[in-house]
Design a protein around this ligand. Structure first.
Ligand SMILES: *Cc1c(COP(=O)(O)O)cnc(C)c1O
Length: 360
C-alpha cells in the first residue's frame, strides 16, 4: 500500500517476458510509437502534442524536462507545498537555472493570488513548475486554476503529474499544460524504469537551439531521435513492453473509472481509520483519490508498525518528518475491496500487539 511501485495486473507482468529483442529493430520502433501515442491520449492531448520517453524513474523525466526547456537567461516560478515541489527547486539548483521559489508550507494550499502577482512582477519568468498530486501530503493541487493564470499571462506550465496521471482528472489542453511529466509505475500501473513527458510539440521544437545542460536527459535530442525511430541510448525495452500493456489497460478502464476505483478503496480505508479514532489532517476537498496520510495510533511508532504489517503481508509507507507523525497509505494499483478489509484486520492485529508490548 505504498504510493508506487504499485501492484500490477498479471497481463502487465507477463508482457515483461516478451522475446529478447534489439532496440534498433522495427518491433521496438512500433512499441515506442505506441507508448508515446498512448501517453498523449491519457494526458488528453491531440495532434498538437507529442511524448518523449526516458529510461529512468519519474525524476528522470522531471529533471530532463526542467533542464532542457528553459532558455539560458530565463527563470522558473516554482510552486512548492511539499516534498515534490521542493524537488523541482532542487533540480533547478543542480542545473544552475534561476528560479523564484513560492513556498506555501507543506500541506498548505497554493495561493493563486501569489502565483499571479509573482508572474506579473517578473517578465523573465518564462515557466511555472508545479506538482499536481503532492504525494508527500496527499494533496491534489488546483491544476486548472493555475493553468488558467499561466496561460492568461503567456507563460509555459510544467507539471509533475507523476502520481496523478492515469487516475486524477488531467487534460493538457483544458489545463493549459505544455509539459506533463508522468511515470510507468504509479497510477498507470506499470513497472518502474520508464518515464516520459507529454509536451506541446511547438513548445518542444522551440528549445532546439538551447545549449544542452545534460546529455543523457536532453529531452529535445530524445525527441528528435524517437521521431526518427532511432532511440538515443538503450531504452528499458522489457519495461516498455509492460508499460504498453499497462497503458492499454488504462485506456480500456478509463482514467475516470480508475480514479473512482482508487477513490472507493480510499473511502473505505479512510472510514475504517477514522472509526478507529485516527486523524486524517488534510481537508476532504484537498485529498487526492489515492493517498491518505493518517495519524499513528497511540503509543505506536512508524518503524515498528511498518515491520509488524510487513510480517502480515502489507507494505506501508512513511511520511517525511516535516509533515508530521503520520503514516502514508495508498490505494494505487491492483487492489480490491477484500485487500482493504484484510488490511484493516491486520492493522488492528498489529496495533494491538504493539500496544500490548509497549504496556508490558
Ligand atoms: C514518486 C514521485 C516522484 C519521484 O518519482 P521517482 O519515480 O521515485 O523518481 C516525483 N514526483 C511525485 C509527485 C511523485 O509522487
Amino acid at each position: 500500500m505504498n504510493p508506487g511501485p504499485v501492484n500490477v495486473h498479471a497481463d502487465v507482468r507477463s508482457a515483461l517476458t516478451f522475446a529478447d529483442v534489439c532496440h534498433r529493430e522495427p518491433e521496438v520502433a512500433d512499441l515506442m510509437r505506441n507508448v508515446r501515442a498512448a501517453t498523449v491520449k491519457i494526458a488528453g492531448g491531440d495532434s498538437r502534442f507529442t511524448s518523449v520517453l526516458l529510461t529512468g524513474s519519474g525524476t528522470a523525466a522531471l529533471e530532463g524536462t526542467l533542464s532542457s526547456v528553459v532558455a539560458p537567461d530565463k527563470r522558473v516560478l516554482v510552486l512548492d507545498n511539499g516534498n515534490y515541489g521542493e524537488r523541482i527547486a532542487t533540480i533547478l539548483t543542480a542545473h544552475r537555472i534561476d528560479f523564484v521559489h513560492l513556498e506555501f508550507g507543506w500541506g498548505e494550499r497554493i495561493d493563486l493570488g501569489r502565483v499571479r502577482r509573482a508572474l506579473e512582477a517578473d517578465p523573465d519568468i518564462t515557466h511555472v513548475g508545479m506538482v499536481h498530486h503532492e504525494t508527500s501530503t496527499g494533496m491534489l493541487n488546483p491544476l486548472r486554476a493555475v493553468g488558467e493564470i499561466v496561460s492568461e499571462l503567456n507563460r509555459s506550465l510544467i507539471v509533475d503529474a507523476i502520481s496523478s496521471l492515469g487516475a486524477e482528472e488531467l487534460d493538457v489542453i483544458d489545463d493549459h499544460v505544455d509539459w506533463c511529466i508522468g511515470t510507468a509505475n504509479k497510477c498507470l500501473e506499470g513497472f518502474p524504469g520508464v518515464s516520459f513527458v507529454v509536451a506541446r510539440t511547438e513548445a518542444l521544437e522551440a528549445v532546439a537551439g538551447y545549449p544542452p545542460r545534460t546529455l543523457y536527459l536532453d529531452v529535445f535530442r530524445h525527441y528528435q531521435a524517437q521521431e526518427s525511430d532511432a532511440p538515443l541510448f538503450t531504452p528499458a525495452v522489457q519495461v516498455l513492453y509492460a508499460l504498453d500493456a499497462a497503458l492499454s489497460r488504462t485506456i480500456e478502464e478509463g482514467v475516470v473509472a480508475r480514479g473512482e476505483r482508487y477513490g472507493a478503496l480510499s473511502a473505505m480505508l479512510r472510514k475504517g481509520l477514522v472509526a478507529r479514532g485516527l486523524e486524517i489532517p488534510l481537508a476532504e476537498d484537498d485529498r487526492a483519490c489515492s493517498v491518505t496520510n493518517v495519524s499513528l495510533p497511540d503509543g505506536v511508532r512508524y518503524d515498528e508498525l511498518h515491520d509488524a504489517l510487513k510480517q502480515r503481508g502489507f507494505t506501508i509507507y512513511g511520511v517525511p518528518e516535516r509533515v508530521g507523525n503520520l503514516v502514508r497509505l495508498s490505494t494505487m494499483g491492483q487492489l480490491a475491496q477484500a485487500d482493504i478489509e484484510r488490511f484493516l484486520t491486520m492493522w488492528d492485529d498489529a496495533v494491538a500487539t504493539l500496544q500490548k508490548k509497549a504496556a508490558a
